[in-house]
Write a protein of this length. Structure first.
Length: 233
């Protein structure tokens, strides 16, 4: 990450742009959080309606009121995001004209810092949604016993990877991946990212790059594992 020092007068416009960019990113994160709550049918704390009556009818009304509150919050966040994006666009043009060729380096540095901050925020939100699902989802009373799909009655010791394959069942079809499948996946992901709102593209692109890197690492580990197995045989 490129670092540089600026005078207070020089940094004013940059800080204003950074603050606006951060507000847009946080607004997008809040939209994501509320949409996930609706999808999982859970009510966050700010939308929970406290009722003294514990009857099913009262609880159902409180649930519906909570859902309505989330939908109203989403409408507000979308209006806020649109307003911030317009202001951010004007500020972007201003600082780009002010800093000229240096703006590309400054913009990249700002975006990297915001992505790091937002990554922590999204992680916190996902954990919060998991807790809400656990607290607001009731497990069924009748528990079913599941037995292992594969029972090894031989003297052969199979690896976890091999047992995982057996557990998929006899009708599982091993797909053969193209050599350049990760590169193709990256290009397809970039095409999908360009369809997202401009304010969300940089963070999504940052997350995709991390996941693509993990896939490359897993592929290299898989190739190393297969090479060792071949040598042993």
């Amino acid at each position: 990450m490129t670092s540089f020092k600026l005078l207070a007068s020089q940094a004013q416009s940059i800080n204003q742009y950074k603050n606006l960019r951060t507000k847009v990113a946080k607004c997008c994160a809040n939209i994501y959080f509320n949409k996930r709550c609706l999808y999982n049918n859970v009510i966050p704390k700010y939308a929970q309606l406290k009722v003294q009556n514990t009857s099913p009818a009262s609880q159902s009304t409180a649930q519906k009121a909570g859902i309505m509150r989330i939908k109203e919050e989403l409408k507000f966040l979308h209006r806020k995001k649109e307003k911030l994006n317009q202001e951010l666009y004007r500020r972007h043009l201003q600082v780009a004209q002010e800093w000229g060729r240096m703006w590309h380096i400054i913009h990249e540095s700002i975006q990297q810092k915001i992505n790091t901050e937002m990554e922590k925020k999204y992680k916190t939100m996902d954990e919060k949604i998991k807790r809400l699902i656990q607290n607001q989802t009731y497990a069924p009373k009748n528990e079913m016993n599941f037995y292992p799909r594969v029972i090894n009655k031989t003297n052969i010791i199979f690896s976890d990877e091999e047992l995982g394959l057996f557990n998929k069942g006899l009708i599982y079809n091993l797909g053969k991946k193209h050599k350049q499948w990760i590169s193709n996946l990256a290009m397809e992901a970039e095409t999908a990212i360009t369809l997202q709102p401009p304010g969300e593209q940089d963070y999504v692109r940052h997350q995709v790059a991390k996941n693509i890197k993990k896939l490359y690492q897993q592929q290299e580990q898989g190739n190393t594992y297969r090479d060792k197995k071949t040598k042993k045989r």
